[in-house]
Design a protein around this ligand. Sequence first.
Ligand SMILES: Cc1cc2nc3c(=O)[nH]c(=O)nc-3n(C[C@H](O)[C@H](O)[C@H](O)COP(=O)(O)OP(=O)(O)OC[C@H]3O[C@@H](n4cnc5c(N)ncnc54)[C@H](O)[C@@H]3O)c2cc1C
Length: 410
Amino acid sequence: VPDVVVIGGGLIGMGVARRCAQLGLRVMVTDPSPGGGASRVAAGMLAPVAELHYGETALLHLNLESNSMFPDFVAELEEVTGLPTGFHRSGTLLVGFDNDDMAVLADLHDFQSSLGLAVDRLDSRATRRLEPLLAPTVRGGILVQGDNQADPRRLHTALLTAAEAAGVEIRREPVAALLSRSTAGGAESCADSGRATGVRLASGERIPAETVVLAAGCWSASLDDLPEAALPPVRPVKGQLLRLRPHTPTAGHGTAPGFLRHTVGAVVKGSAIYIVSRPDGEVVVGATTEELGFDTGVTAGAVYELLRDARALVPTITELALTEPAAGLRPGSPDNAPLLGESALPGLVVATGHYRNGVLLTPITAATIAELIATGRTPDSIKPFSPRRFMHTAATGAHPPIAAQRRSLA
Ligand SMILES: Cc1cc2nc3c(=O)[nH]c(=O)nc-3n(C[C@H](O)[C@H](O)[C@H](O)COP(=O)(O)OP(=O)(O)OC[C@H]3O[C@@H](n4cnc5c(N)ncnc54)[C@H](O)[C@@H]3O)c2cc1C
């Protein structure tokens, strides 16, 4: 009988499961396709500073803390498994093309500097010296040295391998329902709300556990028999992106390996775009932000617009081979911050709602949620992100306004 059952084996669930096993707990992960959710699609930017949004300074601190954990997190994973994670200290370069873009960058630079973040403003010449493949019309930029990248698919494979090596049992089956027992001491049932006691798999098998971790990404609100007060208000936010590669494996440009030396982001005629260039040659162009429920279809319009804007940024990108258009579902929350900690139902711990930062937040989520489960104490870092902050909105099902085809950096 496991101490902990983790529902969902994406980056978040697998990270939590492995850390719990390292702390001596018996852990099971249930997922019909571990790593097949948003974690398979994500670009892998680790960009707390470049991705900073106004009004999200609490989240910034969590993002920065997780970013600082990344080098040790991946070094240990790579050592234990012998597998790569694609972690690369690329830095991130944000660039602008016209007066409006430069004004936006100047405001962003002031905001970042006011928070004490390390950012450098560059003129057009310095920007193009850093990235010679940028369009000659680039007017300037901001360099964020500390914003890096990882390859989410490789990272997940390494995490899964390390989790199994640490003793985590992986069941490739969906959970159908949460089991709970009433505080009045009644029989175990699925609809009761007293204390979570385990899960029921789609096959009907019941898995009892001391603690259940809900880490099913954007599907976290879809389980049967989650009591209303414990229902996390997460929703799917569709993102489409493109994967490209040089036609010959060695066709890197410039002196660094890969197509570009840095992750590059820009706003092209009002639409945000980024290009993540990995040392192994893969290039990722993203991403759309669409409120379309659980739809994961790739659209011709998104492929066209992403390529159009990427070409405005780096004209030679059209020489690459288009290897994979992809769409995934970010687990969005009402305030764009994750839900981390004990739910309103004792025994049910929530680790979801990571929206556009789930790769970045994997190390801190794994460490803090495992510590909470092992010690019963909520680490300070995640106190502002308690799932209970939404208890009133969860009950009414309130969601932020629908935005149509908007782009974000991740
Ligand atoms: C286009 C795009 C680009 C992104 N870029 C970045 C980026 O650059 N940097 C960054 O940090 N983040 C990025 N993200 C966000 C990141 O992908 C997510 O925040 C992160 O992957 C969330 O991980 P997760 O484990 O919570 O969810 P997921 O990876 O979605 O995993 C959830 C898992 O739950 C499983 N599951 C579902 N229902 C059940 C059930 N009933 N029983 C058992 N298992 C179940 C699914 O099979 C799935 O494996 C991006 C996302 C998208 C879509």
